[in-house]
Write a protein that binds this ligand. Sequence first.
Ligand SMILES: CC(C)(COP(=O)(O)OP(=O)(O)OC[C@H]1O[C@@H](n2cnc3c(N)ncnc32)[C@H](O)[C@@H]1OP(=O)(O)O)[C@@H](O)C(=O)NCCC(=O)NCCSC(=O)C[C@](C)(O)C(=O)O
Ligand SMILES: [Mg+2]
Length: 289
Amino acid sequence: MYVPGDDTKKINKAVGLDVDFIALDCEDGVAINRKDDARKTIRQFLDELRPKSIKGDLGVRVNSIDTGLCGDDLTSCLSSKNIPDTILLPKVESTEELNWFADKTDSLLKNDQKINLIVYIETALAFVNLTHICQHAVELSNNKRFIAAGLVFGSDDFCASIGASRTEDCSEVSYARQKLVLTAKAFNLQAIDMVYIKYKDLEGLRRQCEQGKRMGFTGKQVIHPSQVPVVQEAFLPNKEQMEWAEGLLKAFEEHQKSGKGAFTYRGSMIDMPTMKQAQNVLELSKLAK
Ligand SMILES: CC(C)(COP(=O)(O)OP(=O)(O)OC[C@H]1O[C@@H](n2cnc3c(N)ncnc32)[C@H](O)[C@@H]1OP(=O)(O)O)[C@@H](O)C(=O)NCCC(=O)NCCSC(=O)C[C@](C)(O)C(=O)O
Ligand SMILES: [Mg+2]
């Protein structure tokens, strides 16, 4: 969940919510003339206010490298008493930007400190370079001070970048969403789906969550507290899916013992790939506990 980094009231509110990840924002949720305030407020929060009770992870979305603000954002939050779990790096378009980030984190982090990195893919050029970006991020994770954790789809910047208009069925971003999921999963990275900006329309949000979940996204970005439970519910397996998965695994084991690779379960042909889908469902529910 994004929280504008210059808004102390919203930061305090977010800390009390049951969210998986709080993203303190220095970037587009903060006005140009408030960038210094956001940086200072986040630093103060990290130094003094970060309550041990934060349930989920805490990240800072810094400004993109091309703005010239990113270095100061990183210096401020990575030299704090409690460094964030994750840095969210927006508008990445090239492997050179990852090299810059690796050098910067090398110079700022101490001893055995490492930080997670979430890379934003939100321009046409980023999609063209996506495989190289992911490959490089994973390679740098082996000997640099960050761990490539996931990709975020920035659909609003993406639409601006390609000149698309938004539609309710998201057809304008369907190729980009699918490409992002596919490439993220190929490199064992999380794939985080787009923001639903009509935050008062929870039914529309639910539909978009279900669509994203079906496509393979790991989770979704949110901008308002009311969106949190809808997204959490949609991305976790429900009772019906759990029953399906548990029953299928049991039947699979029995059929394996009797020497049958393929069999029928609830009217469908089941073999190894369907068994793996059932395992995914159960693993996801364990992770959420
Ligand atoms: C839309 C806004 C202005 C409506 O803000 P509001 O205060 O007018 O709303 P409200 O309905 O009155 O709020 C109810 C309560 O929730 C609080 N609240 C409300 N929102 C939050 C929040 N996020 N975090 C923590 N608390 C929040 C608010 O302070 C209030 O607290 P209260 O009941 O105690 O008075 C507000 O929700 C907000 O600022 N959201 C975050 C916006 C943001 O960060 N945008 C940038 C990320 S998306 C993006 O960059 C694009 C992307 C990915 O890059 C790309 O697609 O390209
Ligand atoms: Mg963006």
